[in-house]
Design a protein around this ligand. Structure first.
Ligand code: FAD
Length: 285
């Protein structure tokens, strides 16, 4: 009862929503229905991913442009540096700034299999963007450690470098072990990282796909989560309710721990994200 009461009193929660560029007309319709559904929740920004090495930066741009043109939302493209030269990135950054795009999610991006060891990292991209204009820059953080990192401490130092280069906030990889996020946040504070470590919330509807993502990204799937989805392989309707419940439980704990900013990996679906936001007291304007 007291938790619900304190949640009802929350007033300064900020949310942001992440989408990916659709590849078919059906997916485009799904995306736009979701954007329209979530727009009244007045997110701080919405971001659109870019598939590093996919060669289709255009698809990200066209979604961003349409969001700018047809909605009141602040649109933030994701930008990766692995597949572009510094010169290309400077040009792109100038183009973004001149077309009113002031928010960017700055990433290294994943390297194609068999690539040589990289020499440029996301902190280089942050520095480059800062040299072009006064962007609002988000970077990635990994509570359970990035798969390529030498160790947790090296990964934390890398995050510190990105913030020192001028990033405004960190958005975390998705996670289910809330304790690992809270410990990571404490370690960030201890390391002198003074920006928000915004938890990236992945509402789960497709558990099989989530397990695959988690495997690739070094994210732990706790036993309790396996148990939650056990036996629901052919029952998408129940999975959806369970997924909403899991995420709502997580955000309640995070909100109680003082988290005020939440980023949602919507996977272009609005329903669960909308319900979770509602629980957090985020309501239409
Ligand atoms: P970095 O911060 O550069 O870190 C990459 C790795 O290198 C880490 O292990 C780090 O510890 C290590 N490292 C850093 N500096 C050094 C150094 N000097 N020497 C040795 N090792 C070093 N990918 C996409 O392709 N498109 C997207 O739109 C996208 N969006 C994302 C959004 C979020 C919120 C998150 C969390 C991830 C996203 N990704 C995306 C995935 C991301 O591109 C990959 O995780 C990528 O492998 C690392 O990117 P980064 O920006 O974290 O890299």
């Amino acid at each position: 009862h007291s938790l619900n009461q304190s949640l009802a009193e929350l007033s300064d929660i900020n949310v942001s929503f992440e989408f990916f560029p659709p590849s078919t007309p059906e997916m485009e319709e799904l995306l736009w229905n979701s954007i329209r559904r979530l727009e009244p929740l007045n997110p701080k920004f919405v971001s659109v991913t870019y598939g590093a090495n996919s060669g289709v930066r255009d698809r990200t741009h066209s979604v961003i442009e349409r969001i700018q043109k047809e909605t009141e939302l602040v649109a933030a493209p994701h930008l990766t540096l692995v597949d572009a030269s510094d010169e290309e990135l400077v040009e792109l950054a100038k183009h973004y700034w001149n077309s009113g795009i002031k928010d960017i999610v700055a990433l290294r991006g994943d390297l194609p299999d068999g690539s040589p060891k990289p020499t440029r990292f996301a902190n280089d991209l942050v520095r480059l963007l800062r040299s072009v204009a006064d962007f609002d820059i988000s970077v990635a953080a990994y509570p359970e450690v990035h798969p390529d990192a030498k160790n947790a401490q090296a990964d934390l130092i890398n995050l510190k470098k990105k913030i020192d280069a001028g990033a405004n906030r960190a958005i975390t990889q998705f996670f289910f072990d809330v304790e690992s996020y809270l410990r990571f946040r404490d370690r960030c504070v201890a390391a002198g990282i003074d920006v928000e470590i915004v938890p990236g919330i992945l509402p789960v509807t497709n558990f099989k796909q989530t397990k695959r993502f988690a495997d690739m990204t070094n994210v732990a799937i706790p036993n309790w989560l396996h148990k939650q989805f056990e036996g629901l392989e052919d029952d998408p309707a129940t999975r959806k309710l369970v997924g909403a419940n899991v995420a709502i439980d997580m955000v309640k704990v995070l909100a109680r721990e003082g988290v005020k900013d939440f980023h949602f990996y919507t996977l272009n679906r609005a329903e669960l994200t909308y319900a979770i936001c509602h629980t957090l007291g985020v309501r239409p304007k």
